[in-house]
Design a protein around this ligand. Structure first.
Ligand SMILES: Cc1ncc(COP(=O)(O)O)c(C=O)c1O
Length: 440
């Protein structure tokens, strides 16, 4: 018997390599993710992940509610549903949004598989390859992944302690359009931004809305953390200031639990119709069972009280992070002081490189996300994101102690050799540019 000639493709690890669509070329797996496999070992304090801590949910009572739901309404709850999402769910969503001063009609809501999918649908509906999406500098890694998947180009807009700088936004829109580029929307996370923890002031929100109106620019407002405010009452959402120019994205992932994968988009009517068509093409319908469970939870449980419980728990962890950073960070290190959410953004002393330092940090049993993961253009090497949502306060303090020692070690190395990254770490870390989901 004669064996067929091996083709050129047979020598490759992935025999479909020539068959993939152009758009997959922007999808890179971050090498940082490989380190996270190590970072998730119990001896490592991970300040890297953005997982909410849902241990305080009333699981016994929820279990009974779900059992009853299956018994009494299982025939509908386990059936296909509406592409827009169930009406009872959309009505409840408008109640939740009222907490942040949004007055909306259930007709304008589209339920999605987490707000991540809503962002995917919005990008799918608006963006062609080569279009520009504006985003804060830095921005959410999962959003950068979505924008890359649709072959858009992300242009970052400068922010300060009050959020995006309106003049910088106007300048970006004008210059890009003058160069013939199509600027499709501004993607912004106004509350306790991922990754910086910065919140846009009310004044800034008003200014952004003005700039957007003036330049005919759509705002995509991503707000999964708004109700996890730890010091103040929630600020009015941007959408509450402008119903015409804003697509608002919300989620139950942080205020209830992420596993049900229920989020939503609230959009101007015409956009909403397009989003429903895109949702039907993508999933036929968002998860019906999850919508039944979440509606039952909102009806039968004290969900506002549960958010207060979350706030108390996250406040304690944030305080531990502030204390740990104050006690352990070497001179020259600075960080943001978020008033809610999950994240603190650290700026390292000059000369340090957060990517190059990560393997040494993981060896010292502490992990974080290096700054460049949050930029489409490779900036952020002096930054890192540390999260206070998941580890206990004691572990957070211990994590910052280990991190402080690693940074001290880097500073020592600079003082001695004038360099940080060792030759053997560089080639590996240079691959660590692509965004990866925020799930570790
Ligand atoms: C800013 C931001 N947007 C969206 C998401 C996705 O959330 P969801 O679970 O609703 O898909 C996250 C998750 O971490 C996030 O941080």
């Amino acid at each position: 018997m004669t064996l067929p000639e091996p083709s050129r493709r047979d020598t490759r690890l992935d025999t479909y390599v020539d068959a993939y669509a152009e758009r997959t070329h922007g999808l890179t797996v971050s090498a940082v993710r490989a380190l996270f496999a190590v970072a998730n070992r119990p001896e490592v304090v991970s300040l890297a992940g953005g997982m909410p801590n849902i241990a305080d949910l009333p699981r016994e009572a929820l279990g009974e509610t779900v059992a009853k739901l299956i018994r009494d309404q299982g025939i509908q709850a386990m059936q296909y549903g509406s592409g827009q999402g169930e009406l009872f769910m959309r009505e409840k969503i408008t109640e939740v949004m009222a907490e942040e001063s949004i007055h909306a009609h259930p007709d304008d809501v589209v339920v999605s598989c987490g707000s991540q999918q809503a962002l995917d649908l919005v990008t799918r509906v608006f963006c062609d390859p080569g279009d520009i999406v504006l985003a804060e500098a830095p921005s959410y890694v999962g959003a950068l992944g979505t924008f890359a998947a649709y072959q858009t180009e992300v242009v970052h807009v400068a922010m300060d302690d009050d959020g995006i700088i309106p003049a910088a936004l106007a300048h970006a829109v004008v210059t890009l359009r003058a160069a013939g580029r199509k600027v499709k929307f501004l993607y912004t996370i106004p509350n306790f931004q991922n990754p910086t923890g910065v919140t846009q002031s009310l004044e800034r929100r008003r200014e952004l809305v003005d700039v957007a109106r003036q330049h005919d620019l759509l705002i995509v407002e991503d707000n999964p953390y708004g109700l996890l405010t730890l010091d103040d009452a929630p600020l009015p959402a941007i959408r509450s200031l402008d119903a015409e120019n804003v697509v608002y994205l919300g989620s139950f992932s942080k205020t209830f639990a992420p596993g049900f994968r229920v989020g939503w988009a609230l959009a101007p009517h015409a956009v909403r119709e397009k989003l429903v068509l895109a949702q039907e093409a993508a999933t036929l319908a968002p998860p019906v069972f999850s919508q039944f469970v979440i509606s039952a939870y909102l009806d039968q449980f004290d969900w506002r009280g549960q958010i207060d419980t979350y706030r108390r728990m996250y406040r304690e962890r944030r305080e531990a992070m502030f204390t740990g950073l104050t006690e352990n960070m070497p001179e020259g290190t600075t960080w943001t002081h978020p008033r809610g959410g999950f994240f603190v953004w650290v700026t390292l002393p000059e000369g340090l490189d957060s990517q190059a330092m990560l393997p040494r940090a993981v060896s010292a049993r502490v992990a974080y996300v290096p700054g460049p993961a949050f930029y489409a253009d490779g900036l952020g090497s002096r930054n890192m994101r540390v999260s206070f949502c998941f580890p206990t306060p004691e572990r957070i303090i211990e994590g910052t102690r280990r991190l402080g020692e690693v940074i001290e070690g880097e500073l020592d190395m600079i003082r001695t050799f004038g360099i940080t990254a060792t030759p053997e770490t560089r080639p590996y870390l240079d691959q660590a540019t692509g965004p990866a989901p925020d799930i570790s």
